[in-house]
Design a protein around this ligand. Structure first.
Ligand SMILES: Cc1ncc(COP(=O)(O)O)c(C=O)c1O
Length: 389
C-alpha cells in the first residue's frame, strides 16, 4: 500500500483529510475566481467574540502575560472551570489534578484518545458523527465502530450499542447536542450509557461543546449522571459558545491519571494554549449572556429554515434540539458528496455532504452559523437544483 508514497509514514497516509474543510477550500477557490458563494458549510459562528473577552486578552498582553504557562493551563482558569462544572454537576473537581486546558476541544479529543486507545482497541460512536473522531482513531491505528442513531429523531440506539460492544471496545464517545443532527440525549439515555460503562469497563468521552446551544427540552451533562471522573472524560470549549473558534481554546475534565497522561502529550506537542487566550477564557466563563443572545438568533434561523424546508418538495428535516446545524434529508438518486459538489458549482452554495458524518443515506448538513437571508436563499437554491436535476 505504501509504494506510491514511500517517503510518508503509514500514519500520514492513513489519516483522512477533513471532509468539512474540503468543501470550504473548494468554495474559496471559486471565490478567488470571482464567484459569490453562500457559506452554509463550516461550524463557525458568524458573531464576533464579545468585546469584553477581547479586552481581557489585550489587558493580559499589556501586562506582559505573554510567556509559556503551565502546560495544563493557568491555575485561575482551571479554578474557574472546576468551580463551574462542580456547581453544574455536583462532582468535586480538583483544578490541579482533573483539568487540562488545550488549544481547542479538538486537541483535548486528540490527547484523550491517544491516551486511551491502542491500535488493537475500538471506539464506539453513534453515527452520524463529527468526522474528527474517526480521523483521530485513524491516527492511532485504532478502529471506529459506528452504530447508527435512530433515523428520524436521531435518538440514542440503546440495543444496537449493546450489540456493538466487544472485548476490544475501550471507549464510547458521545456528543450531545450532536453535530450534525442537533439531537440531545435524555436522562434515560445517559443512565444507560453510565450502566454500560460500568458493566463493560468502557471509558465514556462526552463531547459537550454545544451544551450551551440548546433550544428545547432539558439538557443534562453526562458527568451529572455518572457522578464520577473515574471513567468519564468531559470535552468542552469556548469556540461555539463564545464565538472563539480562532482563539483555539478548549478543555478536558477527567481522572487524575488520564489528565496527567494527556498533559504529557500536550507538553510534547503544543506546550500550552497561548497565554492571552487563557486570560480571555476566564472572562468568557464569567458570563453566559453573550451565548444566550446568540441562541435566540440561532433559534430564529432554525425555525424560519424549518418552515421553508417544510414547503420544499425535495427536502425534509427533523427539528434539532441544540447545536447550530440542520441535518437535511433530500430526495434524489445522487449521493451526498456528488450533490454537495453540484450545489457548490451550479448554485454557489457551500454545504457539507452527509457522507462526511458517516452516513450513506441522502443527507446534507446546513450550518445555521450564517445570516438568515443567506440560509433561506441557500435552501431555495438546493431545492431548485433537486427539482431540475
Ligand atoms: C462536535 C465537535 N466537537 C469538537 C469540535 C472542536 O472544536 P474546537 O477545536 O474549535 O474547540 C467541533 C468543531 O466543529 C465540533 O463540532
Amino acid at each position: 500500500m505504501k509504494d506510491k508514497n514511500e517517503s510518508l509514514s503509514a500514519c500520514a497516509i492513513r489519516v483522512p483529510k477533513s471532509g468539512t474543510l474540503k468543501m470550504a477550500t473548494m468554495a474559496k477557490e471559486l471565490e478567488a475566481q470571482g464567484e459569490k458563494i453562500i457559506h452554509l458549510g463550516i461550524g463557525q459562528p458568524n458573531f464576533n467574540t464579545p468585546k469584553e473577552i477581547i479586552e481581557a486578552a489585550h489587558q493580559a498582553m499589556l501586562e506582559g502575560k505573554t510567556g509559556y504557562t503551565s502546560s495544563k493551563g493557568i491555575l485561575p482558569l482551571r479554578k474557574k472551570i472546576a468551580e463551574i462544572h462542580t456547581k453544574e454537576t455536583g462532582v468535586e473537581i480538583n483544578p490541579n489534578e482533573n483539568i487540562i486546558v488545550t488549544p481547542g476541544a479538538k486537541a483535548s479529543l486528540f490527547a484523550g484518545l491517544v491516551s486511551l486507545l491502542d491500535p488493537e482497541d475500538n471506539m464506539i460512536v453513534v453515527s452520524p458523527y463529527w468526522p474528527s473522531y474517526e480521523g483521530i482513531t485513524h491516527f492511532i491505528g485504532a478502529t471506529t465502530k459506528s452504530v447508527p442513531a435512530h433515523y428520524g429523531d436521531f435518538g440514542f440506539p440503546f440495543e444496537k450499542i449493546k450489540k456493538a460492544i466487544n472485548k476490544k471496545s475501550k471507549v464510547l464517545l458521545i456528543n450531545s447536542p450532536s453535530n450534525p443532527t442537533g439531537a440531545i440525549y435524555n436522562l434515560d439515555s445517559l443512565k444507560f450509557i453510565r450502566d454500560i460503562s460500568q458493566d463493560h469497563n468502557l471509558h465514556i468521552i462526552t463531547d459537550e461543546i454545544y451544551k450551551k446551544i440548546v433550544y428545547s427540552g432539558e439538557y443534562h451533562q453526562y458527568l451529572s449522571v455518572s457522578q464520577s471522573l473515574e471513567k468519564t472524560l468531559v470535552i468542552d470549549g469556548l469556540s461555539k459558545s463564545h464565538a472563539m473558534t480562532g482563539w483555539r481554546i478548549g478543555y478536558s475534565i477527567g481522572s487524575k491519571e488520564l489528565i496527567s497522561a494527556m498533559n504529557k502529550i500536550q507538553q510534547n506537542v503544543s506546550t500550552c494554549v497561548n497565554t492571552p487566550t487563557q486570560y480571555a477564557a476566564i472572562k468568557a466563563l464569567e458570563s453566559d449572556e453573550p451565548t444566550k443572545k446568540m441562541v435566540v438568533e440561532y433559534k430564529e434561523r432554525r425555525d424560519k429554515a424549518l418552515e421553508l424546508i417544510a414547503q420544499c418538495e425535495y427536502l425534509s428535516c427533523n427539528e434539532p434540539e441544540g447545536a447550530f446545524y440542520l441535518f437535511v434529508k433530500y430526495d434524489g438518486p445522487i449521493d451526498s458528496e456528488a450533490l454537495a459538489v453540484r450545489i457548490l458549482h451550479e448554485k454557489d452554495v457551500c454545504i457539507t455532504a452527509g457522507a462526511v458524518f458517516g452516513v450513506t443515506e441522502n443527507y446534507i448538513r446546513i450550518s445555521l452559523a450564517s445570516d438568515l437571508a443567506s440560509i433561506l436563499e441557500g435552501i431555495k437554491r438546493i431545492n431548485d437544483l433537486l427539482a431540475n436535476r
